[in-house]
Design a protein around this ligand. Sequence first.
Ligand code: ZN
Ligand code: ZN
Length: 1210
Amino acid sequence: MAVCGVQAAGSEQAWLEAAQAFIQETLGPAGQETNIQLTQLVIDAVKNVWLSQGRNRGFALPLSYSFVSVQDLRTHQHLPCCSHLSWSSSEYQAWAQEAGPDGDPLPRERLLLLGTLTDVPADLEQDCRNGSLYVKDNSGVLGCKLIDLDLSWLDHLFLFPSWSYIPPARWNSPREGHLELWGAPVPVFPLTVSPGPVTPIPVLYPENASRLLRCRSKLRIVKPNLAGKLVQLSALVNSQKKSYFILSLGGSSPAYISVPVIVQVPAQLVWHQALWPRRSYVLTELRVSKIRDHPYCIWTTSPSSRLLPLEPECVQELELEGSLVEADPRPLPRPSNSQDGKGQKGLVRDSRLLSYMGTVTRVLNEPAGLYELDGQLELCLAYQQYCGLRRVVRPGVSLELQDVHLLQSVGGGARRPVLASCLRGAVLLRGFSRQKPKTQSSHQAHGASLYEQLVWERHLGLPLYLWTAKALEELACKLCPHVLRHHQFLQHSSPGRPSLGLQLLAPTLDALVPPGSPVRDAHKEILEEPHFCPLQKYTRLQTPCTFPSLSTVKEEAQCRAWASFDPKSLVPILEAFHLTSCQLNCRLAWSWLCLLPSAFQPTQVLLGVLVASSHKGCLQLRDRSGSLPCLLLAKHSQPLTDPRLIGHLVWAEKYQLVVERDVRSNFPSWKELSMAGFIQKQQARVYIQFFLDDALLIPLPRPFLHSTTSSGPPQTEPTHPEEPHMGQSRLFLVSHKEALMKRNFCTLPGANPKVPQATLSFHISGSWLGGTQRKERTGWGPPEPQIDENKDQKVLLIFMGSSIRWFEFLHPGQVYRLVAPGPPEPALFEDGRLSCKSQRPLELAGCVSCLTVQNEWTLELESSQDIPDVLGVHKALPESSLTDLLSGNFSDSLVSFSAEILSRTLCPARHWMKPGALRECVKLTVALETADCEFPPHLDIYIEDPHLPPPLGLLPGARVYFKQLEKKVSRSHNIYCCFRSSTYVQVLSFPLEITASTPLPHIYLAELLQGSQAPFQATVSCHIVSVFSLQLLWVCAYCTSVCLQGRCTRQGPSCPAQTSVSQAIIRILVEDGTAEAVVTCKNHHVAAALGLCHSEWTSLLEFVRVPGRVALQFTGPGAQRESSAEIEEPLTLFLRTLCNSLRVLRPIVLSFELERKPSIIFPLEPPRLQRFQCGEFPFLTRVNSKLKLSCLSIQEPEHPNFVGAFVSSC
Ligand SMILES: [Zn+2]
Ligand SMILES: [Zn+2]
């Protein structure tokens, strides 16, 4: 660093000349000629120090050193450095080695620093003294710190042989560096040693001083002097009115008596740096004063007071009058510090007051005043005004903490004991750090004033303060600098301009800090006994919540989803027992898990910016770590419509974190279910769903929105900086929205003539409301008149490319404004512009006027109340009538309805019947929501490619509105529905968080004859009248061919599979006195129908294994037998006997569903006439057709006797 223009060139003469020039300019009295004496004294001082170590390295002068002025340091020295005039290189090396294990030592510069030590910040500001120290020369003033100040050094010129300079940190608001002065400075002019007093100073010791304070009226001594040991030193308090500190002098005996003295004369505040606890001092010329608003009288210093070290031979104790001696010297009762107050008031603890010497080992959060001490304690300085220390404290600094509070297990995520200083105790610097300050990342630099607000305005206790500091750090890590700049996030909060960080945490803090916490009173905090301050009592904090990054949330959700994935729990073993390989694997193929905030301890809050993806068309929450897809409802049954929500910061405490599990497996049968090796592929789709009403939405400052609203390429950004106030727009009403899916489009002319690719897109059909409007200064101008008023205003809008980001916001019945930025173009929104025809989807050829929405166009939601044309529009969701839905009338095969999803499965037939072409098909079974039906009919909805994966939120328990599903009829005359490209799906509500399984209605069978009013599933108490048929067989688990003696019988090609499963089917006739029904029971329900326990059932099936199949038909009592076995085998005989026994023909409680889904294509047949022969008389009677039911479960009745009596009486 070329400071004085002198390079150490070996020429003493040149060095001396440069020194002279520097001294005259920087140190000499301003505007005077060279002071030869001053120059000589300075050079002598430099020489003395240089030669003091006896190693002059051949030179009488430090030629390699150059002089540096305060101004030079400030303007040119941008890096931290140190300078040690008398040290050899090896001495510096040894010193640097002790900088600490993970710190860089301060680099050494060869600089000579001289200056006057002063406590006046600038020449004219005598009253601005606040106890800080400065080094001053003609070029300027620089703050400094000194470990052991001698008050006699003030205002003298010194050579500083050892010092370090720390330039201002990049972010700190007072952009001032500072000096750390190592060791004692060397005076240029000899210091005048003040001679000891001629006569001993008369002094009061604390005992008497305390007595005098109590009997102030009798005080006759004018300005007494006080002597004693320094037993307590408060922090330096800077209030708006004045700065002060309070020290207490104690006597030798009794030790507990101490007398506080307040020091508030600005020129005496610097004493704070010279005082050492446990040393003895004399304070001269004190007065007694009363502190405003307090009952205390206190000794105070006068402007002429001095601070002197106590030398017993120079003082003489002052005698008091007799009456005063009587007075009790104790100023106030001083109870011993309560050690631990665990007992009282449950969880409230008392901290311990102690003194501590330690070294800072880490900076935890500088703006929040949090450090690590000695590698095992946390130090919190936030409850003091510690600005002066902030720049000095870094790893390696030794501190002496007076009367510091020790708080243990404060909770809230803090694991170590915490030392925290209140105003009562001083934090004293006892050693500088040899380390270079670390470069701060910006989140470590901002927010100091926000943290101060938390302590001084919001009055947070320490446990909550530590948690808040950590939470703000976590939040800043999530959001900055992507979404926000650190200084914006952590800015000081003021009424019109709240800090975003505090805005986010405010609800949590408000709930934990009752309003009206006591305001801190510095005098009380320092003087009052027993001591009371915000750190005195504390309660262990239960961590209120955490803010995991979205990528962590996703990972954890996936982990939990797979940890809880258990094939055995997905398929009950009784059922699994009879499933073929394909059925079993289909059952496992899709499952889901819903995690609520309460699943995490502590509660997890999801926080991110709401983004509309231009690639996928879905909504996402995004933070720095990644993004999570989300499904939002404005409120119950109301979709999200306002695109202005894009870019808002979302804080969600109430949400459902959904994990959909897709598993590809090849389990041969139930026996292998516990072996994970049969899982071939597994993937999880994670997303969140919540109501906007439950979330906190905070708009973000504009400049940062562009980086978050669109993830598309930069050219799609809707920015037109050159014409920000130009644009045109047109209103339209949405009547229908089609599915977001890949569609084929013709290649654009001039585009790459490759094979046309399917493009993710969707269509909106609707109608224009009025003509194009131009942007004017205050808003939108009047609509342009229509060229052809009679022309149809209907329009089809095509959204492709990055304009698919509007998908989630567009909904039927809403009015939107389509805005095209930039200079107005005539007929921009007219048909045929923008090569629309060539982009028109193939399927839409010959449709109404159509327009492709350009990437840079934007959408705004308009309130439809302001638009007269829309007033008459029917806002309710159109639904097909039940008759249309379930009838065989196919004139309009598109149906719309709301329904609750009952189950979601991968459809086995479609999935597995065509091996090779694995076309997936999702089957939703839904319960229709119809107003005129007590028991909602059930319906199946199939979703196939290209509509896979299904939209978010199609989960069991969710209520969904489906529009324009295609109605179809199956071979067995069941109505079902399929997704098609025009299908619109809107989730109305999320699955309930607590699903109470409602019991099936208990009915009489005759109620089923009432057609559509009958429940689809129900329970009935009935009696098994007879068995129609029974079949037991073993099939190959792989190809479902019959197995003989456990071997697959498939021929050409023969089947390699070894595994077989048993299957069973029984058809029984039941009646309950009102009607009869034929019930089909399958697999494990057959065991229940036959009244067999599990072991009986399995041994029966084992007997069947040899023949492979046993089938019995019963055509009524005494009818012809039909059996697979030609000779009546013992097994057949047994089954026949069993089926005719009272063990089977008994009362039961049957849960069932109708064998045929409700449809009115083939309504129930009317009762028909049947001829009966009774003895010799034939007669006719009306007989209802038999009901056909599928068994869901069979239970034995709770009161068999009663039911039996009921049945037998019929
Ligand atoms: Zn305290
Ligand atoms: Zn087979």
